[in-house]
Design a protein around this ligand. Sequence first.
Ligand code: ADP
Ligand code: 5GP
Length: 205
Amino acid sequence: MIQKKRRGQLIVLSGPSGVGKSTVIAELLHERENTFFSVSYTTRKPRVGEADGINYNFVSEETFEGMIARGEFLEYARYVDHYYGTSLKVINEKLEEGVDVLLDIEVQGAAKVREKCPEAVLIFIMPPSFEELSRRLHGRNTDAEAAIEGRLEKARVECREISNYDYLVVNDKVSAAAAEITAILTAESCRTKYYLDFWKEFDVL
Ligand code: ADP
Ligand code: 5GP
């Protein structure tokens, strides 16, 4: 029986705040086996409905800076006055076990992941329009008007980084966006490189 030999796939999802990344990720986790969401560390305060250890690990600036000093992050960035970072330890364990790991991170962090892990798959999630993005940010009802304006402005700047991503998915309907991401990940898992060990064993190459 032909077998793939691979670590888990590291998957980066980026896109403007409010585009629906968390919503699409929840759908993916529900539907896809062997997939783990990396819970980031942040110094921002929890929004209504967010829980520590589930949406983020909420920590103080002091704790976060201690983690930076000890080299505990794969990547971290400053975004709208707060730190956000991905802890190395857990994701390495999961990847070694062959589990796919999803990161929900902004564009500076994604660029760092690309540098450090060239095999990562980078997917950018776009809203169907900026009007719809504004509606979603207002509809979420978790940020003050000034914060929403800041996030909308940032969204236009972030979209300039799209060419650094491997794939673009428009989140019009959640189920359709999740299905496209699943298709991308299925295709990525079928790359010939994951079968090379098998063929080498049989001296075909
Ligand atoms: P992000 O994680 O990208 O900041 P969220 O997942 O919090 O975004 O989604 C922002 C808001 O938009 C939420 O209220 C969510 O229910 C809504 N939303 C997400 N995806 C869609 C969609 N495809 N159509 C309509 N509303 C959506
Ligand atoms: P929010 O405050 O809306 O939850 O997130 C703001 C931005 O931070 C989003 O674009 C999100 O993708 C990004 N983000 C969340 N966790 C991380 C992380 O660990 N590293 C980086 N670089 N960005 C993150």
